[in-house]
Design a protein around this ligand. Sequence first.
Ligand SMILES: Cc1cc2nc3c(=O)[nH]c(=O)nc-3n(C[C@H](O)[C@H](O)[C@H](O)COP(=O)(O)OP(=O)(O)OC[C@H]3O[C@@H](n4cnc5c(N)ncnc54)[C@H](O)[C@@H]3O)c2cc1C
Length: 551
Amino acid sequence: MATMDDQAEVLVVGAGPVGLCAAYNLTRHGVRVRLVDRATGPATTSRALATHARSLEVYDQMGVLEALLAAGRKVEHFSVHQGGRCLVRFDTDYSRLPTRFPFTLMIDQAITERVLREALAGLGVPIEWEVALESFTQDDTGVRTTLRHADGRTETVETGWLVGCDGGKSTVRKLLGLPLIGDSTETWLIADAVVDTDLPGDSIHLLHAGTGSVMLVPFPEPGKFRLLDTVDTDHADLADEVARRFAGKISRVLGKPVEVSTPSWVSVFTIQQRMVPSMRVDRVLVAGDAAHVHSPASGQGMNTGIQDAYNLAWKLAMVVRGTAGPGLLDSYGAERVPIGKALLGSTRKATLLVALQNRAMALGLPVGTAVLRGLAPLKRFVERRIMGAMSGLALTYRDTPLRVDGRPVGRVPVGTRISVVDATGAAAPGWQALLAELREPRWRLLVVPREGDATPAAIARAHPDLAVRTVTVDGATPAPGGPLPLADPDGRLRAALGLAPGDWQLVRPDGYLAATGSGLTGAEFDQLLSSLLCRPAGVDRPSDETALENA
Ligand SMILES: Cc1cc2nc3c(=O)[nH]c(=O)nc-3n(C[C@H](O)[C@H](O)[C@H](O)COP(=O)(O)OP(=O)(O)OC[C@H]3O[C@@H](n4cnc5c(N)ncnc54)[C@H](O)[C@@H]3O)c2cc1C
């Protein structure tokens, strides 16, 4: 029997990392969410290990970072071994992409999911296990979803929106008729085991073993590694045989005996490189593996999915609240589909590099790495390229429809994340204040006020949902209804952002710059919000089509 669900505004399907992230962030933005998963409980098998810098910045904004950092291991190197020696050790170079997290955090996906589940529970949102989405229909008014419970009972839920975070075999994606375009490439064997070796635990190790290679990715637990074999995939059901084979290969490449314990998990998987051409059909959206599947070679799948969910949550929340029209949601796919496409290219290259099955490439390895060792600038260039592609920091929304090209001011271009600061710089009081501001789920306008300029106060009064932050020297107490001061006593925040008196930056809830300029009037600001498909207080929402044309 159909029941009208007058509680949930959004149904999120799938309580993997992406569904958890979507549900948590929607809830933080004030949306009533229902989260269902057909599994009997949380996944126990390990998959994602690598969490990259941009995801860590996002976790900081979400308020879940500390628990994750405490449970993970920092990895800062990538070492290539052949013929009994380490040919090259790449370091990480974030000099062009400053971040407070210049490393990859190795943390078991099961722990990441646990931290996200706890955060969600803290907001009072339960996860409904053993509840599977079977089908749905949608029209202008909402989505009617049929759910099947563990006892066989079916339930029809009515919500305004449906978000499919139901993984690579997504039922939501299939029911939408969205094709997953791409191909399957290599088949690899994977095993998690303790390796008796003196290889440093702060590096990933690529061992070239004649044909193909073996990769060792450290877990947080001392001595435990994820082992990947890019060639021999048979006998995956015989864990001891898999351990023996890995021990033999690793010993041969390192030139000394190495023991491998019986793996706690062995799996064979075929690498899929596929994605959907669009992430939204009217009131139904897809995120994470439901929208794109990548090679695990550079650890991108979960990282990308988390950022999909983070991108989507604030937009969907605005649409649900009526402070933006549904057209805002088109920017979700417009921003995330190109990122998925770019990743298919970079993860394909990473897969080829890890597999090293090309004989010429393998033969050239000692020479190529010797050149890199001898030419420090070239090595640093490669290190920067690797980190740029893997860390997620170089990804921008510069081509988004959600940008307004006013007068460019400051050092951070529109479409780029604003938290461009390393750990040392972040100690400045101004940065501390801005980073704290970024943890709040809201839009904010940063203004360096001019002497006697009343505009920031007028905008703050006219837009109570918007945090207008005046970047000031003294951080004076705000007047009632006036802008919130963001104290920058030593001026290091203004200097790092390159802001002069009168300059302003409009920062999206996800921390990316939407617009910048200098000197702003209240009317210009209203026009700006309209162009960004957001409805300023007291002004009718523009039709989505008109607003998109204007954007
Ligand atoms: C070996 C391996 C190593 C990897 N390493 C990394 C790495 O280092 N870094 C990285 O970023 N990524 C990595 N990945 C990828 C990462 O694991 C995935 O990208 C991630 O799990 C995707 O999360 P998700 O929430 O989109 O989907 P999933 O984790 O697949 O979760 C989907 C959820 O939806 C539920 N569900 C499915 N259908 C329904 C339905 N009809 N109704 C209700 N619920 C449903 C499922 O039960 C499941 O809980 C790796 C993957 C593999 C296989």
